[in-house]
Design a protein around this ligand. Structure first.
Ligand SMILES: *[C@@H]1O[C@H](CO)[C@@H](O)[C@H](O)[C@H]1NC(C)=O
Ligand SMILES: *[C@@H]1O[C@H](CO)[C@@H](O)[C@H](O)[C@H]1NC(C)=O
Length: 417
């Protein structure tokens, strides 16, 4: 039998799982896996029910990559997902990219669809004694080190999870950390960008660039000095793999000693009093934990400058606007801006020749995205402990252009923008 591992990726078809799959089974060169199964809720073939990009379907033709449309809320479905494919070794590495990323889902929904869903997969992985279970963690935390004059946050900082979504994503880490014999390691990503990836702040920045160019206006933004620390999907994938290799080698107990962090309690006690797997606020839970971001230490302003230069437009700040901003609610600001953005974006779509055939990109931005936010993490630990080297050390104009080109190639972007 092959010395390469069989790998299972759960969830994340709309976030990172396609990038991980493309890394594990590259266009050029040998695959790193003997077999790869990806499991998620949407259908991807023959007609995908979500955006999967133009590259992913070709992976499914290689013969060693399988996509299974499955509802992972059901325990017997999860068990089946772990059963090896015919003639293949049992899965020894699991990437857990699950979790509901929609911002406005309520506690009840997130408890089931993010926390309990992942916990169910973790339990099954422990039962099957998988060698590595890597949980991909979204950057849903409040980052007080919002400007570059302060050091970015390490894995030791007890950051407050941001809003309902972030609270349940963090709670998920606690549930997984509580599974003692799970070979768990957590990888927290910065603001992810990359070709064929839509769930990114960069996507919005590109939409706005196109919109302001069309409207012949300055590209203005609210918090240019605030950090938006980025990470390319190439590094999300390669770092996930590096973390998996490491935890598979050292195991959880040793992993905790080398890279364990306190997975602190950060949720209202009442919300989890009946939650299966949550031992309560007093229980100290530890799991290996790494951040991954690039070295650019990018800010909202730096990213916007690069996007503006792609579109050949000028940038500016909302000075005048900020005065009135204090008096307006975020919802008011958002609804006014969204009205203008979606109108102009719609015009661009209509004028596109060839026409935009797939309608996955919306210019609508959730109100919280207009708020004062920062993504500020240090990747020093993964470099020091694992010797990880970034593949894409800095976000660049060329890398952003690549993302834009991939959207156009996929038929989801107006050619006029
Ligand atoms: C999984 O569970 C759901 C609900 O319990 C069920 O309807 C579905 O058919 C099952 N199978 C798959 C492959 O999702
Ligand atoms: C889970 O799905 C299976 C089919 O795969 C079904 O028989 C079973 O009733 C479901 N369980 C629950 C709790 O919905």
């Amino acid at each position: 039998m092959s010395s390469k591992p069989a790998v299972l990726i759960c969830g994340g078809i709309n976030t990172f799982s396609r990038a991980i799959a493309e890394f594990l089974v590259p266009d050029v060169g040998e695959p790193l896996v003997s077999y790869l199964r990806i499991v998620d809720k949407p259908s991807v073939a023959p007609t995908p029910s979500c955006y999967v990009g133009s590259k992913f379907p070709t992976l499914l033709e290689t013969g060693i990559v399988e996509y299974k449309q499955t509802n992972l809320l059901n325990a017997s479905n999860v068990t089946k997902v772990f059963d090896p494919a015919e003639g293949q070794a049992p899965f020894s590495i699991v990437f857990d990219c699950t979790g509901e990323i929609l911002y406005d889902r309520k506690d009840d929904f997130q408890a089931v669809n993010t926390a309990s869903l992942s916990y169910g997969i973790g339990l099954e992985a422990a039962r099957r004694k998988v060698a590595a279970y890597v949980r991909l963690q979204q950057p849903y935390y409040e980052c007080p080190a919002e400007k570059t004059d302060k050091p970015a946050h390490t894995e030791k900082d007890t950051l407050k999870p941001e809003s309902v979504r972030g609270t349940w994503f963090h709670e998920t880490l606690r549930l997984l950390a509580g599974i003692k014999d799970l070979n768990l390691a957590i990888l927290r990503v910065g603001s992810v960008y990359g070709p064929h990836t839509l769930c990114a702040e960069l996507t919005y920045c590109l939409i706005l660039g196109a919109v302001y160019k069309k409207a012949e206006q300055e590209f203005r933004f609210l918090y240019p000095a605030n950090r938006i620390n980025t990470v390319h999907t190439d590094d999300v994938a390669a770092a996930s793999w590096a973390v998996a290799q490491w935890i598979a080698k050292v195991g959880r107990e040793e992993g905790n000693k080398i890279a364990g962090e306190d997975i602190y309690f950060a949720i209202d006690k009442e919300l989890v009093k009946d939650l299966k797997g949550e031992p309560g606020p007093k229980e100290k839970l530890v799991a290996p934990f790494f951040n991954i971001v690039d070295d650019a230490d990018a800010t909202q302003g730096k990213i916007a400058e690069m996007v503006a230069s792609i579109y050949g437009i000028k940038t500016g700040t909302y000075n005048l606007f900020l005065g009135t901003l204090a008096k307006l609610s975020l919802n008011d600001v958002a609804s006014e801006a969204n009205e203008q953005h979606t109108h102009t974006w719609h015009q661009l779509i209509q004028e596109s020749d060839p026409p935009v055939t797939k309608g996955h990109v919306s210019a609508f931005m959730e109100p919280h995205l207009f708020g004062k936010r920062a993504v500020a993490y240090s990747a020093a630990k993964i470099k020091n402990v694992l010797g990880y080297t970034l593949r894409r050390p800095k976000i660049t104009k060329e890398a952003i252009q690549e993302v834009l080109d991939s959207y156009k190639a996929d038929g989801i972007w107006p050619n006029t923008a």
